[in-house]
Write a protein that binds this ligand. Sequence first.
Ligand code: GLV
Ligand code: GLV
Length: 296
Amino acid sequence: MPRDILLEWVADAEGLIVNNSVAVNEELLQNAPRLKVIAQMAVGYDNVDIEACSKYNIPFGNTPGVLVDATADLAFSLLLCSARRIHEGWDFVRANSWALGHKLSFGIDIAGKTLGIVGMGQIGAAVAQRAKAFGMNVIYYNRNRRHDDDKIGVAYQSFENLLDKSDAIIVLTPLSQETRGLFGREEFRKMKSTAYFINVSRGPVVNTDALVEALQSGEIAYAALDVTDPEPVAQDHPLLKLSNILITPHIGSATVETRTAMAQITVDNLLAGLADRPLAACVNASRIIGKSEKSL
Ligand code: GLV
Ligand code: GLV
């Protein structure tokens, strides 16, 4: 929906369902005097000014929990798919070049390799579980060290050490002021020249120009991205000219079961907000005046 139409229509709205491509900010909230609730069909909410929602006393709901396995599957699939050149092989076959399959560059084994996970929340832990089942050593970096990392079987490292030691890096950190541009020239330089870089979080966590350069110069081996900056990525963008890359169009949670569960939570959140009940999954529950503090 074009922004000007959204701003016009929201003037009468009591409830609003959005996804993470809509900027929920002061401008939108000022235009929405009757708004009682915002329900977002996504877990990440970097598109939202939570302070402003709280200021206007509007509960903001998201969809945590239900997309953990789907997103972890996609992240790990991107690693397997690029490590084994599955997409390149399929392109070959479809171009009637089966017999030339030996011209495909070799992939790599992942068993015995070290996977570095940046952002060890629920999705990170689910990726770690998959990686361990495939025989990988798993290290991680997170803003806060997890007290249960022994139990999950992952070893905490400084960010620098993780860059240095990882054969593959999977990025799952939310986008925030601290993580915007977290991966730039310096960081790619510190990685192994054989490293695989996988981003399933948000495009702006990575400096795109620096990534393109690192892939062109061989500073790292391969990238697989489910998110890009900009997003969507235009047909003539340098990212699409690279041969050592795989890109999917932000489909981390796109399964029948997961999108159904996300839709249900979104509608439940919306109806709860309209009825002045606490939302099942509320980001700013404790900041809403006169409403229950409870959230799942
Ligand atoms: C998708 O990117 C989400 O945050 O749910
Ligand atoms: C990121 O969203 C995570 O759960 O690690």
